[in-house]
Design a binder for this molecule. Structure first.
Ligand code: SF4
Length: 198
């Protein structure tokens, strides 16, 4: 199914029948062939996400980078390796979480996605959340926090839980740039276990 506008995509995605008739594999195919915003022009591969289809924990980052663009897999570059290490130190494994991003195609030169690109791509994220139905969702970095909670300021917000479901923390790439954030990042991710243990 191809959409001619953002409004059409929202209408279709939010119609009950579409979600009921969809599964994660079909959604992945939709994302991989999406041309809703201009980011499709420069991508090699879209990056829908990866992980168990009924994961209890979902992690959401900003957008794919170079290696993700080449392979179609999320968080496999240096930031991904740091994320794996942080998850393991927090008592979690990458295999048990579903990982995706607000934006599914790499922005040129890894710039921040603009508001239109976020608006165009968000219905895919809502659909993933609907289909996977995780107990908790970890928003990594300001782009994810703003897209989902309409809040900003990760320095103040990190480690907090909102609506009894959303945990806010740093983006792994920010931790890669500033290793002083690593302990706080691991501690924040450790809070995800609280949901598993309920
Ligand atoms: S970033 Fe999202 S909306 Fe834009 S082309 Fe890629 S999948 Fe489609």
């Amino acid at each position: 199914m191809k959409f001619s506008s953002y409004e059409e995509s929202v209408n279709v995605f939010f119609s009950k029948g579409f979600i009921i008739n969809m599964n994660l594999e079909v959604l992945d195919l939709e994302i991989r062939s999406c041309t809703l915003c201009d980011l499709y022009r420069d991508r090699i591969l879209a990056v829908p996400g990866e992980g168990p289809s009924h994961a209890e924990i979902m992690l959401i980052g900003e957008a794919p980078g170079d290696e993700e663009d080449r392979t179609g897999r999320p968080f496999i570059g240096r930031a991904g390796k740091l994320l794996n290490l942080a998850l393991s130190r927090a008592g979690l494994s990458r295999e048990e979480v579903y990982i995706t991003s607000v934006i599914k195609c790499r922005p040129p030169k890894n710039r921040k996605p603009n508001a239109r690109e976020v608006r165009c791509c968000l219905p895919y994220l809502w659909s993933q959340m609907e289909l996977i139905n995780p107990r908790t969702v970890c928003l990594m970095g300001n782009v994810a926090i703003h897209a989902v909670l309409d809040m900003q300021g990760v320095i103040e917000l990190h480690g907090k839980i909102f609506q009894n479901r959303y945990l806010t923390t740093f983006h792994p790439a920010a931790v890669l740039r500033n290793r002083n954030l690593m302990e706080a990042f691991v501690s924040d991710l450790g809070r995800l276990r609280e949901f598993k243990e309920r």
